[in-house]
Design a protein around this ligand. Structure first.
Ligand code: ADP
Ligand code: MG
Length: 229
């Protein structure tokens, strides 16, 4: 079998110093195969976001290894990390985190701008194509404040996908939208998983949404307590 697309090996993550130390992740071991759709669930503060940040190279673990597509992201230099992340990983946050004074189209295109290996016309096509996939093409010239939460999150998903990364991390992507909108957002993600074989790791509070995942990881107090397919 091919190498797993994500390998988390003996990962610990501590915040703070001495008496104030918080063990956010305790000896985490996970293997994720290409094309999987995994949900990560557990009570607030159990380490779900920390796990996603460590898996995506946004934060370094205190100890242990994280391999993404066979690359050890804990060993990559600060300088090279953004490029590796852009190529391999899309990240969607609960709070959308769109840039307020850029349009939908510009928000999506903005993560391609540092990339001078791709021609400008091609970059525009890439942004339009991904806006079409999340069904937001007609909103391309709208600013975030002109869109609902669900629409903003769809733009954020488009932005996460425009570089065509093989992995999408979603940290409570539906936490700021109503349940019907949340379900519509997850349908888009599930479709991308099915049709493009994109690997998806979804953190969610909403048990209803785990139905889209084929595997569910349960966490408690920084540890994985169950891993069911
Ligand atoms: N930057 C930080 N500094 C100190 N403690 C943190 C930091 N980020 C998270 N923590 C702590 O780590 C634990 C796990 O947090 P988090 O991963 O955000 O949990 P979840 O996403 O499951 O709600 C919590 O106790 C939290 O307070
Ligand atoms: Mg969290």
């Amino acid at each position: 079998m091919a190498n797993p697309i994500i390998q988390v090996q003996g990962v610990n993550k501590e915040y703070g110093k001495r008496k104030n130390t918080v063990a956010a992740l305790k000896n985490i071991n996970i293997e994720i195969q290409k094309g999987e759709f995994i949900a990560v669930v557990g009570p607030s503060g159990c380490g779900k976001s920390t796990l996603l940040h460590v898996m995506s190279g946004l934060e370094a673990p205190t100890s242990g290894r994280v391999l993404v597509d066979s690359v050890d992201v804990t060993l990559i230099s600060e300088r090279d990390l953004p490029k590796v992340r852009a190529q391999k990983i899309g990240f969607v946050f609960q709070a959308f985190l769109l840039i307020e004074d850029l349009t939908a189209f510009e928000n999506v295109q903005s993560v391609l701008w540092p990339n001078d290996e791709i021609k400008k016309e091609r970059q525009e096509d890439m942004a339009l194509e991904v806006l079409r996939e999340v069904d937001m093409l007609e909103r391309r010239d709208h600013f975030p404040r002109q869109m609902s939460g669900g629409e903003q999150q769809r733009i954020a998903i488009a932005r996460a996908l425009v570089n065509r990364p093989p992995i999408l991390f979603c940290d409570e992507p539906t936490g700021n939208v109503d349940s019907k909108t949340g379900d519509a957002i997850l349908k888009i993600v599930a479709q991308l998983n099915r049709e493009k074989k994109m690997t998806v790791v979804l953190v969610t509070h909403n048990d209803d949404l785990t139905k889209y995942a084929k595997r569910v990881l349960k966490m408690k107090d920084g540890a994985i307590t169950s891993d069911r397919s």
